[in-house]
Ligand binder design. Structure first.
Ligand SMILES: Nc1ncnc2c1ncn2[C@@H]1O[C@H](COP(=O)(O)OP(=O)(O)OP(=O)(O)O)[C@@H](O)[C@H]1O
Length: 558
């Protein structure tokens, strides 16, 4: 099916998020949409999926103009969308999730299990990928849950699939698998609109690239163009894709984690006797496949989870029994891995989000009263510094694009005097220009004498920042290696291969995107941590309930 967007304009109040956008996607084409944070990519996709009504412009399918009153119309016309936050019901099986709300497999609210299973098998076979229809969604790794979302869209005969930053939450191996699936879909004639900030992926899979800046199409690019060219087209200036960094000059130990053990509710150790020391003036990356205990380790340092054994010391002081607030006040900066649940409060203004932990202190509070002017001038400074794209610091965080929400979290956590910064996936969702800036800031923080822990599944990020890398596998730190260790070696260690063997194997084995072939930790009990849990959709919610972003929009009342 040929898609044409003609002159699409979408405004939010006086702000124009999409400005007369023209775009053509040919049948069986993978069309990448590139653009800096806040450029208007998600807005455009939400228009195409019927979540927003455009103020001007037309959508044409095979030359015929169409209008969508909601996602149900878009789906009926053959458009499917896989959101970043999956909309699956965790306690349902794959087949039940695919059938949910969909005729003819679900009638009068009742799902016919046999037909639902057949449908999953049929779609999976048609497009050449595998998913067990009887598996419970909550037991599946993120990459497979995403595959379920794709099957769900395909089972509703989607011929144009929108993937909005689908790889942001995937491991390198899952990313390789998704790219393979995208190729199979293309071969079967499905068109894909692919939003990503990762230029390597664009170059690996896209047939065509359209670049959007400040709501307008600014050009198209050839997928074979060098990354540096794509990067500068995206942000409108030259971007250095690495970060300048002098060797670290570590000082005294700031963070000392000693024999730390955290159990999940089932009693399985998810952090298993971990020892780790991080000195002032160095960056230690904790690398690992998602779900190997990194999240819980970070949470234990923050004080969100109670360890069953071991201790966390900050500047020699045992933090056991101290609250999160005490730790933040002692100079801990914390960037959570999931900004939307733990990083910003969507209904609070940007100004308020920038001072969440310190609003009751000077200069923001005096004699019990909040100094609004102090809040505002702080926000204006931070927004300019971190290039948060917003019309006003009074806007709620929920109206910001994903990347700009992440910048608010970073600006808040990195704008007070720190002893220790623990940042999980600090640049998730950021465009290349913003990554450059944030990486420079993190290195500057190190050079100021802060101890920095980066928790990352991105090997590029680990390579860019780390002075040392602690690799976690099944709750244990299986090795601490220098920051310039080969990424294939790191990848293999992340899959549980000991350092020596990993070094040997790495010279023989390379995957599509240059990361080592990782095995998911199959024998490892699924971690019950709240941050890793799939988003709970209420069972009776309409299948196409809009995403969080959309519900905070002016369209809510539609
Ligand atoms: N519901 C809304 N109300 C007001 N403004 C909004 C709303 N949704 C988006 N915007 C604004 O529109 C602009 C475009 O946002 P959009 O989410 O489309 O960007 P994006 O290109 O997807 O960015 P990112 O790469 O950060 O995800 C942003 O400046 C954002 O603040």
């Amino acid at each position: 099916m040929r898609l044409e967007l003609r002159g699409i304009t979408k405004r939010f109040g006086s702000f124009t998020a999409n400005d007369a956008i023209d775009l053509v996607v040919e049948p069986g084409q993978i069309h990448a949409l590139l653009g800096e944070n806040g450029a208007g990519k998600s807005t455009l996709m939400n228009v195409l999926y019927g979540l927003y009504r455009p103020d001007e412009g037309q959508i044409l399918l095979d030359g015929e103009p169409v209008t969508f009153a909601g996602p149900a119309d878009a789906m009926a016309a053959g458009i499917g969308m896989v959101h970043q936050h999956f909309m699956l019901v965790p306690v349902f099986t794959v087949a039940e999730n695919v059938a949910l709300g969909h005729e003819p497999t679900a009638r009068a609210g009742l799902i016919d299990p046999a037909r639902a299973r057949d449908q999953v098998r049929e779609v999976a076979a048609r497009f050449g990928f595998h998913v067990d229809p009887d598996a419970m969604v909550e037991d599946l790794p993120v990459g497979v849950q995403q595959r379920v979302e794709i099957i769900k869209a395909l089972s509703r005969d989607a011929r144009i699939l929108i993937l909005d930053e689908p790889t942001a939450v995937l491991t390198p191996q899952e990313t390789d698998e998704l790219i393979e699936i995208m190729r199979q879909l293309r071969a079967a004639g499905t068109s894909i609109l692919f939003i990503t900030h990762k230029l390597r992926e664009v170059r690996a899979v896209a047939d065509r690239i359209t670049v959007i800046r400040r709501g307008r199409v600014v050009g198209s690019a050839d997928p074979s163009a060098p990354e540096s060219e794509l990067a500068s087209l995206m942000v409108g200036r030259a971007v250095s894709l690495g970060v300048e960094k002098a060797p670290a000059t570590p000082g005294d130990v700031v963070l000392r984690v000693d024999g730390l053990t955290v159990l999940n509710p089932a009693g399985t150790p998810v952090v298993d006797r971990v020892h780790l020391e991080v000195a002032a003036g160095e960056i230690v990356a904790v690398a690992g496949v998602q779900g190997n205990g990194q999240t819980e380790l970070a949470h234990a340092v923050l004080g969100l989870v109670e360890p069953t054994a071991g201790s966390v010391l900050l500047d020699g002081t045992d933090l056991t029994g101290t609250s999160v607030r005490d730790r933040l006040r002692a100079g801990l900066g914390f960037v959570p891995e999931d900004r939307s649940t733990d990083g910003v409060i969507a209904d609070f203004s940007i100004q308020e989000n920038l001072v969440l932990d310190v609003v009751d202190q000077a200069p923001y509070s005096r004699a019990g009263a909040i100094d609004r002017q102090a809040l505002r001038s702080n926000a204006e400074k931070r927004v300019a510094e971190f290039d948060v794209r917003t019309g006003s610091v009074d806007a709620t965080a929920g109206t910001l694009s994903g990347g700009n929400q992440q910048k608010v979290v970073l600006a808040r956590e990195m704008s007070r005097p720190l002893r220790l910064l623990v940042a999980s996936q600090p640049t998730r969702g950021l465009d290349v220009g913003s990554i450059e800036f944030v990486h420079q800031r993190i290195v500057a923080e190190r050079d100021r004498g802060t101890a920095v822990v980066i928790v990352s599944t991105e090997l590029d990020e680990v390579a860019a920042l780390a002075d040392r890398v602690a690799v976690m596998y099944r709750g244990r730190v299986v090795g601490v290696v220098p920051g310039d260790t080969d990424r294939d070696v790191l990848g293999l260690m992340m899959a549980g291969v000991p350092l020596e063997e990993a070094t040997q194997q790495a010279s023989q084995h390379h995957t599509l995107l240059g990361a080592a072939d990782l095995d998911a930790p199959a024998a490892y009990a699924p971690v019950d941590a709240p941050v890793d849990a799939p988003v709970d959709a209420p069972v009776d919610a309409p299948v196409d309930a809009p995403v969080d972003d959309a519900t905070t929009s002016e369209e809510e009342t539609r």
